[in-house]
Design a protein around this ligand. Structure first.
Ligand SMILES: [Zn+2]
Length: 219
């Protein structure tokens, strides 16, 4: 394997993941992981038009993309008791199971920071890897799978994307984090769809191997 690997991850179940991102990635033959959370009931009700339903998430899953767990309510896990962490993870797993989506094996820490207090719970619940937003490259052979680094891409700054992917080497992958493309409810993590198309074209033209987190774990 000599090609450089970029892992695409998309957080928070934004509707544009189904409307824009997944069809484009399909066209390119790229893999990706979609990290799902639901937020609390009132918030979800107020923003329902911007978020994917269970059926829409299943559609992404059926297109062949990986679905990962990002907790139910997106809390800072470092501040929670073990029982609360277990509930946050289990509730989202149950939601996905009810929707007929395979049990997730990858996880993303809400907000990004590594939560050491969640690691044993994640392992017990069948997770093979968990993504932080520690901005380093990722070596499947040496990195702690429960503390995978990743680089958030947001705003209208193509240099951020170019610099991030230029850090990939033949042994170290770069994991990217996107939110909505476009983003409707968290404008600070917005990516313009035309800009995103440029990014994907760049990965194709430069012959990157573009995969889900689950596939990247295989090396
Ligand atoms: Zn998130």
């Amino acid at each position: 394997m000599n090609r450089k690997t970029v892992v695409l991850t998309f957080d928070d179940a934004v509707i544009s993941h189904l409307e824009n991102v997944a069809p484009l990635l399909k066209e390119y033959g790229f893999g990706a992981t979609f990290f799902i959370c639901r937020f609390h009931d009132e918030w979800r009700a107020a923003h329902s038009s911007a978020l994917m339903t269970a059926e829409q998430i299943r559609e992404i899953s059926r297109m062949g993309f990986e679905i990962g767990n990002h907790t139910w309510n997106h809390p800072d896990l470092r501040k929670l008791e073990k029982e609360q962490i277990t509930e946050e993870i289990q509730k989202l797993d149950d939601f996905l199971a009810d929707a007929g989506i395979p049990k997730p094996v990858t996880f993303a820490y809400p907000g990004g920071p590594y939560a050491e207090n969640a690691v044993q719970i994640l392992k017990r619940n069948g997770f093979l890897a968990a993504r932080t937003t520690e901005q380093r490259t990722f070596d499947a052979k040496t990195d702690d799978p429960m503390r995978l680094p990743a680089i958030p891409i947001q705003g209208d700054d193509p240099a951020l994307f170019r610099n991030a992917v230029s850090r990939a080497t033949e042994t170290e992958a770069v994991v990217l984090v996107f939110h909505g493309v476009p983003e409707y409810v968290h404008p600070w993590v917005h990516t313009d769809f035309d800009r995103f198309k440029e990014y994907m074209a760049y990965l194709k033209e430069n012959d990157f191997r573009v995969v889900s987190l689950r596939d990247a774990l295989q090396g």
